[in-house]
Design a protein around this ligand. Structure first.
Ligand code: GLU
Length: 552
């Protein structure tokens, strides 16, 4: 047996499969013309990053719009960083956003396993053949030896890494290698690079076009001492045998492209199309920086779920980040499903996409305003059941009553934009529920201090007997105006401005007195509708309570 074969058998005594066998086991996918295969490959580090939701959404849409396949592969080869259960959590969150993989660990297709730590035999089969062909070699360098190399390179301002003259295990004879393995020395497996830094390699990136890089010269580790692969190697093997056609990933991987190109070439695997997505940036003190999971709560998708941002609003926002022509399409197609929009690689921005919370807020407001009351209520309840017991209680107490409140100024051509997210609801509608009203009442009524208590009592009592609730909104308002005018409130802002001494205030001051007196709040949704829903009896009771408080 030749010595390379002996090494390969010592490293992997139980592996019999070859690369050719794997090619047969995982044949090219049978897909319609033009269909692309994309994947989302999260590391299980505990939560779904907002940037990852963006990447997965876009990858998913590219696959779907070509009748292709989108799958999820869990990249758990860094077992020190792994947080158990986070793969399931990520899948769950993707489902919430409607980004549902066609294949994943819980719904496997024929190209699995879909978790890297379960794919060891596949990596080992490929590495075994690489060892036999001399494309890879065991490296026995200790941490100390590697540290010494690094220090030397730093001191002499040389390119860091394990390459050429620094790659000392590359020069071990096969006999020495066999002996070291037999002696039980610990090792990793490195790729034996054939690159030359004076040569250039060409990459075609679907988003960025043609890019040139110097060739890779590093003998990168492909298998760690725990027998698990590194990212570089797993990416090449998995995306080949899982038959990914488009590698959609963040631009932070761009610098590693020369390594990947050389690995694909050495293994004679067809190169997939790379698509390096822009990283999501944030403005911080006027400077752009990466959205960071350490500094920014909004880097985690959890943040938006906990606050109750409407899913459709958040997805819509991510689509605006994805393609520069999405917003124009939206204006032309205001009622279409956002997934009717066709994404294209060449409309993706090249420099980091700027994350803009104001824009998320305004898109969310818009989506919530145009949502029909039943769907709004259903979504609000779903949110509340997970994140806000108090909100769930008020909705469940009387669902029709709740709907009537949130339906105020909703069903019309230009609905009112009261709610930005589901967590806003309670703070806006609380006074419509007597127990919350009581709490507001107890914490003090914020009447304008300009008005004397007895003046307020007079106004409120008069209103109690003459609220005009049997009139339509116009009639009701005319009635209120008349009452205000009788008490010397200006009903037109410009009259007041011209001659403020002639008045005690404006019609808004008058309405504020009524709002505070009846709702224990200065601001409410459409007051007429509020009064209609509260009804005569509750209005009277509340006014009486306020009056007796004012009388002391
Ligand atoms: N596990 C890698 C990451 O989370 C995946 C990169 C890729 O999509 O290839 O960054």
């Amino acid at each position: 047996m030749n010595s390379k074969k002996i090494i390969a058998n010592l490293v992997f005594p139980n592996i019999n499969e070859t690369i050719a066998d794997l090619e047969k086991r995982f044949p090219t996918r049978n897909l319609p013309d033009g269909a692309i295969v994309t994947r989302f490959a999260p590391s299980p580090t505990g939560f779904l990053h907002t940037g990852s939701l963006f990447t997965s959404l876009v990858s998913y849409r590219f696959a779907k719009q070509t009748n292709g396949v989108f799958f999820m592969r869990l990249e758990d080869t860094d077992q020190k960083r792994e947080i158990k259960g986070s793969g399931d959590k990520v899948l769950e969150q993707l489902h919430i956003f409607g980004v549902v993989p066609d294949e994943s660990d819980i719904n496997p297709g024929k190209y699995g396993p879909y978790v890297q730590s379960e794919r060891k035999e596949i990596y080992h089969a490929v590495i075994k053949e690489m060892l036999e062909k001399g494309l890879a070699y065991p490296c026995f360098c200790t941490h100390e030896e590697l540290d010494d190399i690094r220090k030397f390179q730093e001191e002499n301002k040389l390119l860091p890494g394990y390459y050429k003259e620094f790659a000392k295990c590359r020069r071990l004879t096969d006999g020495e290698v066999i002996e070291k393995i037999r002696n039980g020395e610990s090792y990793v497996i490195r790729f034996k690079s054939q690159g030359n830094e004076d040569n250039k390699v060409d990459l075609f990136d679907a988003i960025r076009g043609h890019i040139q890089f110097p060739e890779n010269i590093q003998d990168v580790v492909i298998m760690k001492s725990d027998q698990l692969p590194t990212y570089h190697f797993a990416h090449v093997v998995d995306d080949h045998f899982m038959r990914t056609t488009h590698v959609t990933r963040g631009e932070e991987w761009m610098a590693s492209v020369p390594i990947h190109l050389e690995l694909f070439k050495a293994l004679d695997f067809e190169l997939p199309t790379y698509c390096h997505f822009p990283v999501i940036m944030k403005l911080d003190d006027g400077k752009r920086r990466k959205l960071s999971k350490r500094k920014d709560a909004e880097a985690s998708v959890d943040y938006f779920l906990e606050k109750g941002y409407p899913i459709e609003g958040f997805l819509e926002y991510l689509m605006t980040l994805a393609n520069s022509n999405f917003e124009e399409w939206r204006i032309q197609n205001p009622n279409s499903d956002i997934f009717d929009f066709t994404l294209s690689f060449d409309k993706m921005s090249l420099d980091g996409a700027l994350f803009d919370i104001e824009k998320i807020n305004s898109i969310s407001k818009e989506r919530l305003a145009y949502m029909n009351k039943d769907i709004f209520t259903y979504n609000a309840l779903e949110y509340a059941e997970q994140y806000s017991q108090e909100l769930a209680e008020i909705i469940n107490k009387d669902i029709d009553y709740f709907k009537s409140i949130i339906n105020i100024e909703r069903d019309q051509e230009k609905p009112r934009k009261d709610y930005e997210k589901y967590s806003d609801i309670l703070g806006i509608v609380d006074f419509m529920y007597d127990e919350y009203y009581q709490t507001l009442f107890n914490s003090g009524l914020e009447f304008n201090e300009r008005y004397d208590k007895m003046f307020l009592v007079d106004i409120l009592e008069e209103y109690k007997n003459n609220a005009g609730l049997d009139l339509d909104q116009e009639g009701w308002f005319a009635n209120m105006k008349q009452l205000a005018e009788n008490r010397r409130f200006a009903t037109r802002g410009k009259d007041f401005k011209k001659n403020p001494e002639a008045y005690v205030g404006t019609i808004s001051d008058y309405a504020e007195i009524l709002r505070v007196g009846i709702c224990a709040k200065k601001n409410t949704p459409n007051f007429y509708e509020i009064l209609k829903i509260l009804g005569k009896e509750r209005i009277e009771q509340r006014i009486e309570k306020t009056v007796s408080l004012l009388r002391g």
